[in-house]
Design a protein. Sequence first.
Length: 480
Amino acid sequence: MSIAARVASGEWQHLIRTRLALTVIVMMLALIAVAAGTSAIQLTNEAEVRASYQREAEEAFRNQPARHPHRVVHYGHYVFRNPAPLSTIDPGVDTYTGRSIFLEGHRRNTATFAEARETSVLTRLGAISPAFMLQVITPLLLILIGYGSVVRERERGTLLQLVAQGVRPATLIQGKALAIGGVAAMAAAPLLIAVLWLVVRYPSELLSAALMLAGHLAYLAFWVMLIVAVSAFAKTARTALITLMIIWASTTVLIPRIAADVAANLYPSQTQTEMDILIQRDMRTVGDSHNINDAGFQSFQEQVLAQYGVSRIEDLPVNYRGLVSLQGEAAGSAVMNEYAGQLHATQRQQSNVITAFSLISPYLAIRSLSMRAAGTDLINHQRFLDEAEAHRFALIQELNSLHANELAYADDAQRSVDYEAEQRTRVNPEFWQRLQSFNFMPSPVHERLAAASPLLLVLSLWLVLGFMLIRKIADKAGKA
């Protein structure tokens, strides 16, 4: 057995004898295991519940009686976001951004039914998940275990005895790091088990899961080296503890908060209320598609009459009311999509600013890497919104096409005063069977890997910094 391994063995014996250290280790492993287990159970339950709600919503839509197509436009339809497989490890922003969207005509709704909406997703520490435990809680517990690993030898006077027995300071530091690293490895074991379980169930997630595991291992390795380096450099155990606590609080709480504030100030975004007001203002220029005589559709009416070579809308071979609905929905959706695109661009700029702060906070680096690899980051949430909107637009326009092509204009104009005309404007219920199922999946693995890989490089730089720091401390101790 090498000298470093003997030092590590001695440190482990000390940790086992110390009730506080043993309690911390047991508590850490229990918390991570419970977080992993509850997350797995929650993911399975949520997947089943959302799939059940999606089937129920689709059956309710398809089983409607004969109706006027525009009534179905306002009847609406719900779509749900299926949880990503790796959200068992890191739910990311999904907890705060909503899981379902109500699709209806003339509106682009946002996601609803989030677990928490009171705090910004960029500043909240996170849900109790395996990723949260490893990113936030585990470094804190490692500090409590290892802050005195080296400085304790100096305070007790055993450091000189070890040196006198031929233990080089660099070897002592390596042994201490090996011991604390063993605790970190135990903490990462539930993550490894969870990754293996997920890969068996979802083989396509192998590379994403491997990247997530590698990122967390690099992150914990940095903390191990930092803890041992500070313990070796500090004059007293109290100084080491205070220093490490300040570093932990700064990197996991303070800097993320500052990063979010800086991002919000550099790229301010509109509130939903402000955006709704602006959309309604611009929609006035589009025109009210419920009123075929609205001034906004005057030029459209002229184009349609010229296209079909008639002088009156009553002489058109199609229902002009349905054509106005088609045109109004297309123009209105373009307005709503423009504002949604501006909001998404602003949010991505804010996210990029926060990611840049990972150069001074390893926590931000691992958090972003983990969410991107899992497919639970902001980009995938925006994809959900965009795909749901595309699904909504296709559904509404198909209903508007029924309105234009299946209903006679004369009946449509008289349906509010003529019962028989109203009955003739109800289309066959079989048309509701055309509804396409909505099934959202996170972005392909290669896209997630491309988005997360730069952050693995950032974590590698932090790891190199930890190596350099511990080596410099070891060299300094050797010269002393």
